[in-house]
Design a protein around this ligand. Structure first.
Ligand code: SAM
Length: 237
């Protein structure tokens, strides 16, 4: 997707970018592609792919009638990788205190450099596993979000305990349908509910995307998340 097409497609979903935001996206793409030559961060190796499959794809989450991101104070991106969607959201909403968490040291080292290149403040980068980090940060974030990290029931058990009461966990997925039944059981056990599922389509390659919005209704029992091996092995029923 060319930059002109990126701007045009975003307008269709009511997203207008400022000069400053456009400059930041360009710097982000250039830095990512350069870094990726020596350290493997993403399989996408061309600038048009970065604009379509990372930037535009991450921005789809803003096209919803549930969350007004200008009102959000804190957000954690679990398994953020090279910053998707957390850094993209931060570029659009500098008001949000963003935490980027990934267990892969290569990714968090890149993110530290990226944040400095983009001149972003109020960004915390954590090199840890989500199931470990949650122990000291229970129900602390307005929004938890994850794109392409693991099966929906697994990522729900990791993210919901990080989310405030009345806050939201948002999962960015491809096809959610095969995972929804097991995830619904987990979500119910963790006193939360799916309030909306938005189906989207990526322009040009016309592939399906889905956004699953899960609201946390109560204090979540501290037995969750279980140990990672336990989560993987046994579905909650
Ligand atoms: N969200 C990014 C994106 O959409 O491009 C990265 C997706 S990548 C496929 C999954 C990332 O999640 C990896 O960087 C991996 O290290 C991280 N990850 C997986 N399980 C994790 C866990 N339990 N705690 C922290 N990070 C995790």
């Amino acid at each position: 997707m060319t930059i002109d097409k990126f701007i045009e497609e975003l307008k269709k979903i009511n997203i207008e970018l400022t000069e400053d935001q456009l400059n930041k996206f360009k710097k982000y793409a250039d830095f990512l592609l350069e870094y990726n030559k020596t350290t493997n961060l993403t399989a996408i190796r061309d600038i048009e792919g970065v604009y379509l499959k990372h930037f535009y794809d991450s921005l789809l989450v803003l096209d919803n009638n549930i969350i007004d991101f200008s009102e959000v104070e804190s957000l954690i991106d679990i398994g953020t990788g090279a910053g998707f969607p957390g850094v993209v959201i931060k570029i659009m909403f500098p008001n949000i205190k963003v935490t980027l968490l990934d267990s892969n040291n290569k990714k968090t080292t890149f993110l530290k450099e990226l944040i400095s290149v983009l001149g972003l403040d109020n960004v915390t980068i954590i090199n840890d596993r989500a199931e470990n980090y949650v122990k000291e940060h229970r129900q602390k974030y307005d929004i938890s979000i994850a794109r392409a990290v693991s099966e929906l029931r697994v990522i729900s058990e990791l993210c919901l305990p990080l989310t405030k009461i009345n806050g939201y966990f948002i999962a960015l997925k491809g096809n959610y349908v095969p995972e929804i039944k097991a995830a619904s059981n987990t979500i119910k056990k963790l006193d939360s509910e799916i309030v909306s599922i938005k189906e989207k389509m990526l322009p040009i390659e016309k592939s399906y995307r889905s956004l699953i919005f899960v609201k946390v209704n109560k204090k979540i029992d501290e037995i969750y998340p279980r140990r990672y091996e336990q989560i993987i092995k046994k579905e909650l029923k």
